[in-house]
Design a protein around this ligand. Structure first.
Ligand code: AMP
Length: 194
């Protein structure tokens, strides 16, 4: 069973690499960002609550996000493990996840942190804005999302490093180069003694 968190600032390539890594590990990706966007698109009650936060580049309140993730983590497909993309993002979310894992006698194998310098992040996000038309990919909102990340999520890196769980990965370069680094990490988790 493999339980991994993939973290990193907006624009670091998390979503793409999450799919690649989870494919290798044979576990589902649980992406809070994708789930929120799907709920908004479907016009559900949760989507209605989340939309203003997404559009403004703010985090959805912890109690809403935590409830959504805990519900997802009880599904059968998480039995072989799971890869979290975009969760946890606050220390409160870390505590909720810790509690869930403890209660289910499961443990976190690794927190993979994709590292990309700030200037490159802005460039990538602006480029993605042209391709995907996400409501939160305008320049002002992009800058705000990076600030929110620094304030609330960057502290998690230190927290997990302190627990000896952090695996930093260089997120710069071509997609294929980054994927190779990610797959090497996946293999080290699958075959720790190889
Ligand atoms: P992402 O696709 O991961 O960049 O997430 C897009 C947006 O979804 C974020 O800017 C937040 O508004 C919301 N979101 C995603 N994950 C979380 C989370 N763990 N906590 C709070 N809000 C989140």
């Amino acid at each position: 069973m493999t339980i991994v968190i993939l973290t990193g600032p907006p624009g670091c390539g998390k979503g793409t690499q999450a799919e690649i890594m989870a494919g290798r590990l044979g576990v589902p990706v649980i992406s809070t960002g994708d789930t929120f966007r799907a709920q908004v698109a479907a016009g559900t009650e949760l989507g209605r609550r989340a939309q203003a936060y997404l559009d403004a580049g703010e985090y959805v309140p912890d109690e809403v996000t935590n409830a959504m993730v805990l519900d997802r983590l009880t599904a059968d497909d998480t039995r072989p493990g799971f890869l979290l993309d975009g969760y946890p993002r606050t220390l409160d979310q870390v505590a909720v996840l810790d509690e869930f894992l403890d209660a289910h006698h499961r443990h976190l194998d690794a927190v993979v942190a994709l590292e990309v310098p700030p200037d490159e992040l802005v460039q990538r996000l602006l480029h993605r804005a042209q391709l995907e038309h996400r409501s939160d990919d305008t320049e002002d909102v992009i800058r705000h999302r990076l600030e929110v990340y620094d304030q609330y999520t960057r502290p998690l890196i230190k927290e997990y490093a302190g627990r000896g769980r952090l695996i930093p990965v260089d997120g710069t370069g071509e997609l294929a180069e980054v994927s190779n680094r990610i797959l090497t990490v996946a293999d080290s988790l699958l075959y720790p003694h190889a």
